[in-house]
Design a protein around this ligand. Structure first.
Ligand SMILES: Nc1ncnc2c1ncn2[C@@H]1O[C@H](COP(=O)(O)OP(=O)(O)O)[C@@H](O)[C@H]1O
Ligand SMILES: [Mg+2]
Length: 480
C-alpha cells in the first residue's frame, strides 16, 4: 500500500473533520481510509499542532479479532511510511506515535468494553473475581446451561419444551436442535438490548392483532371461493379445467368453512392450498386469485396464506416466548451463581455502566478526542448505544462500513443502526472504485445484498415464524 496514493475521494474522507460515515463496498479501501484518518488526526500541521496530540485519545474499534488485527496492521504500515519519509522533529513526533501505539485503544469493541469495566469496577458493580468467558467459551457455557434447563423442563412435561425438542431434536443437526434454536433466540434478544418483559409485550402486541387477521382471512377465503366459482363457470372445458372442476368441491367447502369462521387456522392444511394452487396453475387460472393466494416455489403467498401463517403461529409463538423468558432467567441465575460473565455481557454491562453512571461517560468524553469504527455494518443495537454514548458529547465519530456486507445479520447486527448513524452524520462519503474484485463479483454481491436487506414478511410457515421483531423499530414490538 505504501506506494499507492489515496484517490481524491479517499482523501476527502481521510481529511474530513467532525463526524463522518463512509459507506462503500468491499475492497474499496475503507479500512485503508480509516488508517489514514487515524494518522491524519495525529499529523503535525503547518498551521499548528496536530488535531489530536496523543494516540491514547483516539478510540479505534471494530467487531472481530481479525478486523481489529487488520486495522492495527494498516495503521502500522502507514506509520512506517511516515517514519521513512520524516526527518528531525517530525521524525521524533512519529517515533513517539509509534511508542504510544503499543498501548493504543485499537481493538475489538469487546476488548474495549472489558477495559472500560475494569477501569470502573465500583460503578460497574461487577464481581472482580468474575470469570470473563471468551466468545467460544461463552457459546459452550450458554449451550450447556440452556440444555440442562430444557431437559429439566421436558422431564417436568413443559409443553413448549417438548414441542421444540420433538420438532428439532435436542441438539441435532447443524442448527444445534432445540438448544441451538433457544440459544440463538436468546442471543438476538440480548444483542438488541431487549429482555423478557419486551418479549412478553411483543407477544401481546401480536395477539392483539388476531381479530383483524381473522377477519382478513375470512374475507380472503370468501373472495377466492367466489372468484373461482365464477371463473369455473366461464372457463372453456379444457382437460386441466376439467380436472380442477372435478377436484373443486372439497376445496370450495374448505374455503367456505374458513369464510364462515368455522375452521380454526391450525386446521387449515397448507399442503392442500399448495395442491389447489397447482391445479389453478395448470388450468391457467392463477391470476384470478393471485393477491389472495399464490404459490411460488417453497412459499405460499397472498392474503390468505399470510393471515393463516400469522394466526397459526400465534399459539406456538406464545409457548416459545414463555419458554425463552424462563430459559433466560435460568441462565442469568446460573451465571450469577457461577460468577461468570459471558462474552456479550461485556457489551451489555458497558452499556449499563454508561447509562447508569453519566460520570463515567463524561470521563471518557474528556479523555477521547475521536472514535473510529471499522466494519460498522456489524454493529448491533447494544454496541451502537455504547458507541453513541461515548461519542455523544462532542467526540466526533468516524465510521466506515458497507451494509451489504453485514456478516452478522444472524447474530443481531442491525443494518438500520448503520443507516440511522450515517443519516445523522449528514450522509455518507462514497468510495466508488473497487481495488479487490472483478465487476462480476460486485454484481453478484449487489444482487445478494438486495435479497438480504429485505425485511422478511410474516412467514406463512409457522415453524419459521420469528418471535423477535425484525429491526424496523426498537420501541414498537411488531413483526407485522
Ligand atoms: N488508493 C488506492 N490505490 C490502490 N490500492 C488501494 C487504494 N486504497 C486501498 N487499496 C487497496 O485495496 C485493498 C482493499 O482495501 P481495504 O482498505 O482493505 O478495503 P475495505 O476495507 O473497503 O474492504 C487493499 O489491498 C488496499 O491496500
Ligand atoms: Mg475493511
Amino acid at each position: 500500500m505504501s506506494d499507492r496514493e489515496p484517490t481524491p475521494e479517499q482523501w476527502r474522507a481521510i481529511r474530513a473533520e467532525g463526524s463522518v460515515a463512509v459507506r462503500a463496498g468491499a475492497g474499496s479501501g475503507k479500512t485503508t481510509v480509516l488508517a489514514h484518518h487515524f494518522l491524519y488526526l495525529l499529523r503535525p500541521r503547518p498551521e499548528g499542532p496536530p488535531l489530536i496530540d496523543e494516540v491514547g485519545r483516539i478510540l479505534a474499534i471494530t467487531f472481530t479479532e481479525k478486523a481489529a488485527a487488520e486495522m492495527k496492521q494498516k495503521i502500522h504500515t502507514l506509520l512506517a511510511v511516515e517514519l521513512g519519509r520524516a526527518t528531525g522533529t517530525e521524525r521524533r513526533h512519529w517515533e513517539r506515535v509509534r511508542r504510544e501505539l503499543l498501548a493504543a485503544r485499537v481493538s475489538t469493541i469487546h476488548a474495549f468494553c472489558a477495559r472500560l469495566l475494569r477501569e470502573n469496577p465500583l460503578e460497574a458493580g461487577i464481581d472482580p473475581r468474575a470469570t470473563i468467558l471468551d466468545e467460544h467459551e461463552s457459546q459452550a457455557y450458554v449451550e450447556a446451561a440452556v440444555e440442562e434447563e430444557l431437559v429439566a423442563r421436558v422431564r417436568r412435561g413443559d409443553p413448549a419444551g417438548r414441542e421444540l425438542v420433538q420438532r428439532h431434536g435436542l441438539r441435532r443437526g447443524r442448527q444445534g436442535g432445540a438448544v441451538g434454536v433457544c440459544v440463538r433466540l436468546l442471543a438476538s434478544l440480548g444483542r438488541t438490548g431487549r429482555d423478557g418483559v419486551w418479549l412478553a409485550a411483543a407477544m401481546e402486541h401480536q395477539e392483539a392483532l388476531a381479530p383483524v387477521a381473522t377477519a382478513a382471512l375470512r374475507e380472503a377465503a370468501e373472495r377466492i371461493a367466489a372468484r373461482l366459482r365464477s371463473a369455473l363457470g366461464a372457463a372453456r372445458d379444457t382437460p386441466t379445467v376439467a380436472r380442477l372442476r372435478a377436484a373443486w368441491p372439497p376445496y370450495e367447502a374448505m374455503l367456505e368453512e374458513i369464510g364462515r369462521g368455522g375452521a380454526a387456522a391450525p386446521v387449515l392444511e397448507t399442503g392442500r392450498l399448495e395442491d389447489l394452487c397447482r391445479l389453478l396453475g395448470a388450468a391457467r387460472l392463477t391470476g384470478t386469485v393471485r393477491d389472495d393466494l399464490a404459490y411460488d416455489g417453497p412459499r405460499l403467498r397472498g392474503v390468505l396464506a399470510e393471515e393463516y401463517g400469522f394466526l397459526a403461529a400465534l399459539a406456538p409463538a406464545r409457548r416459545l416466548t414463555e419458554l425463552l423468558v424462563a430459559l433466560g432467567a435460568a441462565l442469568r441465575e446460573r451465571k450469577r451463581v457461577d460468577g461468570v460473565l459471558a462474552f456479550d455481557d461485556l457489551i451489555a454491562e458497558a452499556r449499563a455502566l454508561l447509562a447508569d453512571h453519566p460520570a463515567v461517560g463524561a470521563r471518557c468524553a474528556r479523555e477521547l478526542r475521536a472514535i473510529l469504527v471499522d466494519e460498522f455494518q456489524d454493529t448491533d443495537a447494544v454496541q451502537a448505544e455504547v458507541i453513541e454514548r461515548l461519542a455523544s458529547p462532542g467526540v466526533p465519530l468516524f465510521v466506515v462500513g458497507d451494509e451489504k456486507q453485514s456478516i452478522y445479520g444472524f447474530r443481531g447486527a442491525d443494518v438500520t443502526v448503520f443507516r440511522r448513524a450515517w443519516e445523522r452524520l449528514g450522509g455518507a462519503l462514497p468510495l466508488g472504485r473497487n481495488f479487490r474484485s472483478q465487476p462480476a463479483i460486485l454484481d453478484f454481491v449487489n444482487g445478494l445484498a438486495a435479497g438480504t436487506m429485505r425485511v422478511p414478511a410474516t412467514s406463512p410457515h409457522p415453524g419459521r415464524w420469528t418471535v423477535l421483531a425484525t429491526s424496523r423499530s426498537c420501541s414498537a414490538p411488531s413483526t407485522r
